[in-house]
Unconditional design. Structure first.
Length: 203
């Protein structure tokens, strides 16, 4: 496989870019602490792994060629993002004394992150357009594919944990009444913005 380092750079820049996944991680880190946000991060990483696999199968080809399939997935993803945005907007401000990590919250975070990735058809097109540029098709492709997908998923965990720890350093202000309300409004509004943008996006 050629240009592996270049792939790492491209993938890192993509993951670093603010998006629904990053917002979910920041929100969880503020509420449950950096380590308490791991459930959502793992959900996002595993969701990306599966989406990458889908992009290499007939389902990925179907989404790329079928307007109906693409539209259905697009609106499911948009609806979920808007739902997440409204939920976050209406969430009460969480103070430090109330931010207790529980197993249930971790599972819920995992499901949210996982579902968010699976319902994002744009992720499929990202993998379908990026991966072929870094695969040597003159050699067996399975090992190359697994290396790229695993690398991408690991980068998600590393970068999102970094975001979570950065959020932790500002946690006192972010979990105050003023800061928490601002985060809820900005985060919720951004989720809704992404949802509307996804719903109105063309191929």
């Amino acid at each position: 496989m050629e240009n592996y380092l270049l792939f790492v750079i491209v993938a890192s820049v993509t993951i670093l870019s603010p998006g629904p996944g990053v917002l979910l991680t920041l929100s969880n880190a503020i509420r449950y602490g950096a380590m308490g946000s791991i459930g959502g991060i793992v959900g996002i990483a595993l969701g990306s792994f599966i989406v990458a696999g889908v992009s290499a199968t007939s389902l990925g080809v179907l989404l790329a060629t079928s307007t109906v399939a693409f539209t259905v997935m697009k609106y499911i993803g948009a609806a979920y993002l808007i739902y997440m945005g409204i939920k976050l907007w209406r969430s009460p401000v969480v103070t430090l004394g109330n931010s207790v990590v529980t197993t249930k919250s971790t599972v819920r975070q995992f499901v949210e992150g996982f579902t968010m990735q699976l319902t994002n058809p744009k992720a499929v097109f990202f993998f379908m357009s990026i991966f072929p540029q870094f695969v040597n098709f003159e050699r067996e492709g399975t090992q190359q594919f697994l290396l790229l997908v695993t690398t991408y998923s690991v980068l998600i965990v590393v970068i999102h944990l970094t975001y979570a720890y950065l959020a932790k350093s500002m946690r006192f202000w972010l979990s105050s009444e003023k800061g928490g309300r601002l985060v809820n409004r900005i985060g919720g509004g951004t989720f809704v913005f992404f949802g509307i943008g996804l719903a109105s996006a063309n191929r």
